[in-house]
Every structure is written in C-alpha cells, then in structure tokens.
Design a protein around this ligand. Structure first.
Ligand SMILES: *[C@@H]1O[C@H](CO)[C@@H](O)[C@H](O)[C@H]1NC(C)=O
Ligand SMILES: *[C@@H]1O[C@H](CO)[C@@H](O)[C@H](O)[C@H]1NC(C)=O
Length: 633
C-alpha cells in the first residue's frame, strides 16, 4: 500500500478496535432486528402468504432468495400438529424458522419455493423446571436467555451454552451450537438433552401427523438431539441440569511460541477453557475458566462487546474501515493495530465485569449463566405480514423502533440508534464470512503448526484476521449425536470480510481459503452446521459420528423428505453416492460456493487465478498474481 494512506487507515482501524471493545451505554433508540420471515400478504389466523426467509445478514450464501407459499405462527403443539398434518396431506415441503433464525446455512429454507414455514416466534410459553429430577422442559421457541434465567431462579444451571443468546433452544441443539470445554459431556448443549417431543408426518390412517416422544436412553434420541431440522418439528426439549454454580475467569496473555504444545494440556486443565489466537502478532489470550463454589464472592458477568448494541455510526465506520483495508491492501499497518487490539482486550477485561458493571481486575467470579452467554442487541421485531416495515418512533427515544426503512436512515442521527452490527436494516452493516471447523484434538498440534507455516511466509500475512478477533478456539467433547463430532475436538473459528458484490475478490483471500481447506481436508474437520460457507459441507459422511444411522431415523420419521431441501439433499445424498454441496459457476470460489478448479471460479480480470495452496498443496485457492512470493519451501 502507499505510505500516505497509512495515517488515515490507522485512525479508521483504531475506531474499529475502540468500537469492538467499548461498552455501549444506550440512551438512544434500539433498532430491533427484522423478523426472518416476511410475507406479501396476510390471511386468516395471522398466517402469511407468499413469503421469503432472509438470512440474518440478509443475503444467503448463494445470494438466491428463499421462498415459501405460507407461514404459520403456532402457539400450541396442537397447532403445530395441524400444520404438519396439512403439509403431509398436501405433500408440501416444510421448515421450522425460529425467532432469531441466526444460522448462516440454508437450514430454514423449505425445498422448492412453495413450501410451508412454521415459525416458533410465539411458541415459547412453556419452561417447566423440575427441581427433583433436575431437568427443564421447554417449548422449542424459547430463547436461550429466557431459559438460562428461568433455570437460575430455581438454583439450577445448564452447564454449557453458546456465547450468543439470541437463539432459540431448538435452534441451538439442531445446529450443534456449543460453548467450550472437554470435561464430562463436553460443551455442546445437545449432549445435555434427555427428552424430546417431535411432530412428524404420518400416513392417512394416523391422521397425517404424529407425536414422537423420545426419552432418555431411546436410541433415536441420538439422531434427534442434533437434527438440522430434517426429522420433524421439535415441540419440546428436556435438558439435564446441575446445581447452580459460579465460575472464575482469568485471561492470560502470552506469546504463541509453544501454543501447539500447550493447547491440549490447557484444554484438559480447565473445565471451560477457551482461547483467542492472533497468529499475525503471535499472541494468545488464554481464558482460564473454572467452576468455583456457589458461595464464592463475586457477581460478575460477561458482556461480549461484539454482540451488544452498537450505534449505527460505529457499525458503519467499522465497515468503512474494513472496506478501506480491502481497497488499500495494507498489511503492516494492520499488524500494529492488531497488537493494540490484543492488549486492549486483555487490559479491558474483554467484556468481563466484576460486579456486572465494570472491570476491576482478574479473576472475575460470577454465576455461570451470567459468565458465558451474552448479547444485548438480539431483540427481534414482531413478525409482520407486509413487505413494508413500519417507520420507527424516532422522536420518542423512550420507544424501541419496530423497524426502519433504508431511506429513512440518513435523516436521523446514527449516534443515537443502537443495534447489532450485522443488522441488515442498516445499509452498510458489517458483512462477513464465519468459518468454524472442528478438528480432532489429536490433530490440534499439527493444525497449529501448519497455520504457523502459512503465517511465517511473510511477516504481516495474517494480521487482517485480528480485525475480527483472530481465531476463536473452543473445545468440544466427543458427542452422542450421530451428526455431531466423533472425537474430542478443537474448533477453529474466524471471521473475514465479505464483499457486497459477488465478483469482488478479497484481500489475501487465498490464505483464508487455504486455512479453511486445510482444516477440512488435511485434518478431517467437521464444519459447524449453523456457520461456514457452502464448500465446507462436502463429503459429510466421513466427518460426522454416524450419518448412516441418522439417515435411518430420518427415513423412519420423514419418509417422504418433507423436511429436506436442496441443501440438505446435497449433504445426505442417497447414501451411496458421495454428493457435494458445491456449485461450479463463475466466481464461485470467491463466494465460498466451491473450491476453484479453474480460473473463472476466481476472477482473472481482477488478477485472481486458481492456484495450489502454499503450505497445504492440495488446496486450490484464488490468489492474486502479484501476491507475495513464497520464501519458505
Ligand atoms: C435459591 O437459593 C437461595 C439461596 O440459598 C434461596 O434463598 C432461594 O430460596 C432458592 N430459590 C429456590 C427457588 O429454591
Ligand atoms: C444502500 O446501498 C445501495 C447499494 O450500495 C445504494 O445504491 C443505496 O443508495 C444505499 N442507500 C442508502 C440509504 O444509503
């Protein structure tokens, strides 16, 4: 990059970092997230007609819309039963969409474009805690925070939950979402499921639908606990609980020289161990996170700043900074800034708050349900059956916005509207890829060593990762779920820039592609079902614990594949053929829709050609012809 661009870029990126670590104290208006389903018309009983489902960043990975003929909003199991019976009688495709619908993959799209959507937005009235058996049973549409708080009231706790609270309990288990830790049953919420009720299609003589009640120990529960929504509609879920406990968290900032040797020991040493690795600046932020007695002093909380409310001003300036970084192709400046960001995270407590309000020093001790799962911006406006969203009450700051149109954005102060950084109602929201791949713990050392080789090709080569947190590394124990991890595993997650335009390559995308393909193919990684780009979902048979067993249960519960769509068909194939979810079109590798096989899958007119990986030679990546030469070999 040209020297004169540097100061300006520094200022912009400093803004980025500041925004990600600053607590937002909101006095302004809260711009709610749009509901995922939008329908052109409404019909009797609150049904929607002629609907689309949007991704949480609005655009799906393949940039193709997801359509359905009807949407229903049940509040009772009987209504779910009716909806499934109707679909089964008419042979209609069907899918469940939760309130948050936060997945990146097309799990919520019914097959074809005339299917039925069942929204669980209002299916959330049951949260029944049984203190004697230490279980909780909840409707599938209950949101995670609701469940955590209800359970805590009874002095009980779900030991492991994901970091983001804006998800429904059925969504969490059905995508395999998890926290971090190898002890006991591990960190995935689906492994704590001890009961599940599903509504599935049935033959005419049974009334076209039936209820399946899976109790603890039932073998089909290992299919249903992580089902990608293809077995039927989950009605209620029962989770095993533990007595309430506290956690003590200390962050340790260290160099990454011995990370590959340390990682397994560290993962085993702490019940909730996790870490962030910044390969560019060679730093690791270890999260030393252990269970302590409930009587321990401390009422701490975790406020992960990325998922709290930010102002539209901040969001747009972050996106702008990332755009500038793409345009200027800066490397070195970014490393300095990454270094600052890491230090800042460490010294600021990284969202940990000793008294729930401010950070005063490590360790931070607090109730487990306040120390893991965070949010603050997740509220979704009510489902609306019109395409036009109501204008918010901008003149009355005490009122939350129900929605907002793009054109009204300019007329209000972006400093006083708070929302999530991905809110697609903001024209220039942050738009990104989320890569999250688990590799067996036995490969953790090799995976880190190989990523380091790539990093060592050039001093500043991986620093752009730092702008969105480096590698987020979490641990998972071997799962009971057929579609879950087959081994104790380490998940590598990273976020990277996505261009608004499909044909636009990104700065050093070859490196991100190489890491992605290395984790998947060299180390037999398992992509997170709710995240990742389409290319990751290739040959899933050999990645999950027991896909054949899962498919047998699927055939039993949904013999006519009403809950399947094009995407899940590609994953499951017909059991014999090794199908692929990839599609080979122009620019497909830029979008993560394929692994490139020829230059047109990249963008030759912008200088990006399909080339082998530099460390993992079997990778095929889109590389700029002028990009840095290899000096290791
Ligand atoms: C939870 O524990 C606290 C403190 O021991 C106690 O005061 C409270 O009554 C308990 N709550 C329930 C619902 O048992
Ligand atoms: C939103 O983005 C589009 C595409 O870049 C642009 O054409 C449009 O003018 C933008 N609208 C506003 C209100 O910024």
């Amino acid at each position: 990059m040209k020297k004169e661009n540097l100061p300006k870029l520094s200022i912009i990126i400093t803004t980025v970092i500041a925004a990600f670590i600053t607590q937002v104290a909101g006095n302004g208006v809260h711009l709610l997230l749009p509901p995922p389903i939008r329908c052109a018309r409404s019909a009797e009983g609150g049904e929607g007609i002629d609907c689309t489902v949007e991704a949480y960043q609005r655009v799906w990975q393949d940039r193709r819309p997801c359509r359905a003929a009807r949407a229903v909003y049940p509040t009772t199991e009987a209504q779910i039963f009716q909806a499934v019976a109707w679909a089964s009688r008419s042979g209609s495709k069907i899918k469940v969409v939760s309130r948050g619908a936060h997945s990146i993959t097309k799990l919520v799209c019914p097959g074809g474009d005339s299917g039925l959507l069942i929204s669980t937005h209002y299916y959330n009235s049951l949260i029944q805690v049984d203190p004697m058996s230490r279980t909780v049973t909840a409707h599938s549409g209950v949101m995670l925070r609701q469940l955590l708080d209800a359970v805590a009231y009874y002095n009980l706790s779900l030991p492991h939950t994901p970091y983001w609270q804006g998800v429904s309990v059925a969504g969490v288990i059905s995508t395999g979402a998890h926290g971090s830790g190898l002890w006991g049953l591990g960190s995935a919420l689906h492994d704590y499921v001890v009961g599940l009720r599903l509504v599935v299609p049935a033959p005419p003589h049974e009334g076209y639908a039936r209820i399946i009640d899976l109790e603890d120990g039932h073998e089909d529960l290992d299919a249903a606990r992580l089902s990608l929504g293809v077995l039927g509609v989950i009605s209620t879920i029962t989770f095993k609980l533990e007595p309430i406990f506290k956690r003590s968290v200390t962050l340790e900032l260290k160099g990454d020289d011995d990370l590959e040797d340390e990682i397994v020991r560290f993962a085993k040493a702490h019940e909730f161990a996790g870490l962030n690795w910044y390969p560019g600046t060679r730093k690791v932020l270890y999260k030393v996170d252990d269970r302590v007695d409930v009587a321990s002093v401390g009422n701490g909380a975790y406020g992960l700043s990325m998922v709290e409310k930010m102002t539209v001003q901040e969001i747009e300036s972050i996106r702008h900074a990332l755009d500038v970084l793409e345009e200027t192709q800066d490397g070195g400046g970014v490393c300095e800034l990454e270094h600052m960001a890491v230090l800042n995270r460490f010294h600021s407590g990284d969202g940990l708050l000793n008294d729930g309000l401010s950070f005063k020093g490590y360790p931070v001790v607090g109730y487990s349900h306040n120390m893991q799962t965070a949010g603050g911006c997740e509220e979704v406006s009510s489902p609306m059956t019109e395409t036009i969203i109501n204008l918010p009450h901008f003149n009355d700051p005490s009122k939350d916005c129900e929605g907002i149109t793009d054109t009204s954005m300019e007329s209000i102060t972006k400093n006083t509207i708070y929302t999530c950084f991905w809110n697609p109602l903001i024209n220039r929201s942050i738009f990104f890829y989320d890569v999250a791949i688990s590799v067996p713990m036995s490969k953790a050392n090799d995976a880190i060593t190989e990523i380091k080789k790539l990093r060592d090709l050039s001093p500043d080569i991986l620093c752009t990762l730092g702008s969105l947190g480096g590698f987020w590394i979490r641990f998972q124990a071997k799962s009971k779920a057929y579609m879950g991890v087959a081994h104790d595993s380490v998940m590598f997650e990273f976020f990277h820039y996505r261009a608004r335009e499909a044909s636009l390559p990104r700065f050093r995308q070859d490196l991100f592609e190489e890491i992605e393909q290395m984790l998947l193919n060299k180390f037999n990684g398992l992509p997170h079902w709710g995240k990742n780009r389409i290319l990751a979902f290739d040959d899933m048979h050999r990645r999950v614990r027991a896909m054949e067993k899962f498919m047998q249960v699927k055939k039993k519960f949904d013999p006519f594949d009403l809950f399947s769509n094009e995407w899940t068909d590609a994953i499951f194939g017909d059991g014999s053929a090794r199908t692929t979810a990839q599609s080979l079109n122009k620019y497909c590798a830029l979008e993560g829709l394929c692994v490139c096989r020829e230059d047109s899958h990249c963008n030759p007119s912008r200088g990006y050609f399909c080339r082998p990986g530099r460390v993992f030679n079997e990778a095929n990546v889109c590389r700029h012809e002028d990009s840095i030469p290899i000096f290791a070999s």
